[in-house]
Design a protein around this ligand. Structure first.
Ligand code: NAI
Length: 456
């Protein structure tokens, strides 16, 4: 049996980056992936959804071209088959880029289903297809899968092709006349934004009384209004009780209603993939179905690490990237720890949302002495120049005791691109007076941060 310094199970963002960094550092590394390298993020999540959303953005611009003095565009439509083909091309290019990086870093790649059989004197025994390998160290990066709860009719209609998860929706070659989205979280909202732009009648059925889960309340409400303007209908505080082949039944305020649907998207969260990989054979601890890790990404078992969605902490690809690096640094004996308080999050709807850190509410709950500054995005010249709907806002949360930022919540164009600037200010604990000395390019939308800083 071939002995590796590190065997990585799973080739998504957590797995491929662990393998790449470990290979770069000289560890003899094997990465085993059962489907496609790139994982959910690249093949059926983050990247495909962004290709869809960009087509919708082009379409939205075209259909509002007259507002910008551009006449003669007419009523533009989307060729959904082309959108899917383009998405496939983008995915193919990026997947081959990842494989190239792994190869350059001398990582061995194997496409097979991995199973941990146990431990020998040399290391952990991993079976992959017909072969067996010995691993001195293990990285579990098996990711997550869409939750499909036992709602009557849901699974049957998933099998029948009426209900979709992120996987099926991102391969859909036609635009359904009606789409019902179960769950008003990130996946649901991004797809609601896309399909309403391209012509579907979209209804989102959400159990809570607000959309976008932990997103700051005012930002969430602006996002809801902007999606409503596009024609998305929201049923909030609505519990789905059954799914039929032509619609979704839900209960709201004690009344039962049915909303008709040609297609239904189930996006009510994801769960860690921890079954069927032999974790029990080496005694890895789980909590609520996810692998328990410490801030060095170690599990309870010596030389076994876990990163990405499988540890259930923050299911975002960029969290996985950083966790992968923390894990490899620790394998190499370099001190590094994972901090989860400054992880930005982006919702790529149009308009997009960028947030990081505390909200006023969460900071108060922690007993911090804080203040909030909120300004309209119209303080940015470029924002006004480029948009016709001007209801975006930028909120900053300041810790009065330290005179530093601890949160930012922005809705408006490019928010997803420049939220990282605030993350850096929070992470580096830069004093507000020093932030005031930073020069922002003018005119940009990111200047909104500078404007807000001067309101403190
Ligand atoms: P989510 O956890 O973001 O949202 C699920 C929503 O479904 C919640 O609002 C919840 O209240 C609701 N819900 C649960 N059960 C329900 C029921 N029976 N009826 C009605 N509503 C119900 O999950 P989502 O959107 O599936 O996303 C999964 C993961 O993927 C998340 O961890 C997310 O962070 C990640 N993701 C991130 C993206 C980004 O960063 N832009 C894009 C897409 C996904």
């Amino acid at each position: 049996m071939d002995i590796f310094d590190l065997v990585v199970i799973g080739g998504g963002p957590a797995g491929y980056l662990t393998a790449e960094r470990a290979g770069h550092a000289g560890l003899k590394t094997l990465v085993i992936e059962k489907r496609e390298f790139g994982g959910v993020c690249l093949n059926e999540g983050c990247v495909p959804s962004k290709t869809f959303l960009n087509s919708a953005k082009v379409l939205d611009y075209a259909n509002h071209a007259e507002s910008y003095g551009v006449n003669g565009v007419g009523k533009a439509t989307v060729d959904q088959k082309f959108v899917v083909e383009r998405k496939n091309g983008v995915v193919k290019m990026l997947v081959s880029g990842i494989k190239g990086q792994l190869k350059r870093n001398k990582v061995t790649m194997k496409v097979a289903e991995a199973f941990i059989e146990g431990k020998s004197a040399d290391g952990y025994i991993v079976k992959a297809g017909e072969e067996k390998f010995v691993a001195k160290r293990l990285m579990i990066a098996t990711g997550s899968t869409a939750v499909v709860p036992p709602i009557p009719g849901l699974r049957e209609n998933l099998e029948a092709g009426v209900v979709m998860t992120n996987r099926e929706v991102l391969a859909l070659e036609e635009i359904p006349e009606t789409l019902v989205v179960i769950g008003g979280g990130v996946i649901g909202l991004e797809m609601a934004s896309y399909f309403s732009s391209v012509g579907s009648k979209v209804t989102v059925v959400e159990m809570l009384n607000k959309i976008a889960g932990p997103t700051e309340a005012e930002v969430s409400s602006i996002l809801q209004k902007s999606l409503e303007r596009k024609g998305v209908e929201f049923k909030l505080g609505a519990k789905v009780t059954a799914v039929e082949k032509d619609g979704v039944i839900f209960e709201k305020d004690g009344k039962v209603e049915k909303v008709p649907a040609v297609k239904i998207l189930c996006s009510i969260g994801r769960r860690a993939v921890t079954q069927g990989i032999g974790l029990e054979n080496i005694g890895v601890n789980l909590e609520r179905g996810a692998i328990v890790t410490d801030d060095t990404m170690r599990t309870n078992v010596a030389n076994v690490y876990a990163a990405g969605d499988v540890n259930g902490k923050i299911m975002l690809a960029h969290t996985a990237y950083r966790e992968a690096e923390v894990a490899v640094n620790n394998m190499l004996g370099k001190k590094d720890i994972m901090r989860y308080n400054v992880i930005p999050s982006v919702i790529y709807t149009n308009p997009e949302v960028g947030s990081v850190g505390e909200t006023l509410e969460s900071a108060k709950q922690k007993g911090l002495d804080v203040r909030e500054v909120s300004i309209p995005m119209t303080y940015s010249g470029r924002y006004v120049a480029e948009n016709t709907t001007l209801d975006g806002i930028c909120k900053l949360i300041v810790n009065k005791a330290t005179n530093t930022l601890i949160g930012a919540h922005i809705i408006g164009s490019y928010a997803g691109e420049f939220i990282v600037s605030v993350s850096a200010m929070i992470d580096l604990e830069v004093d507000i007076e020093n932030i005031k000395k930073l020069v922002f390019p003018h005119p940009t939308v990111c200047e909104i941060v500078r404007e807000a800083i001067f309101q403190i």
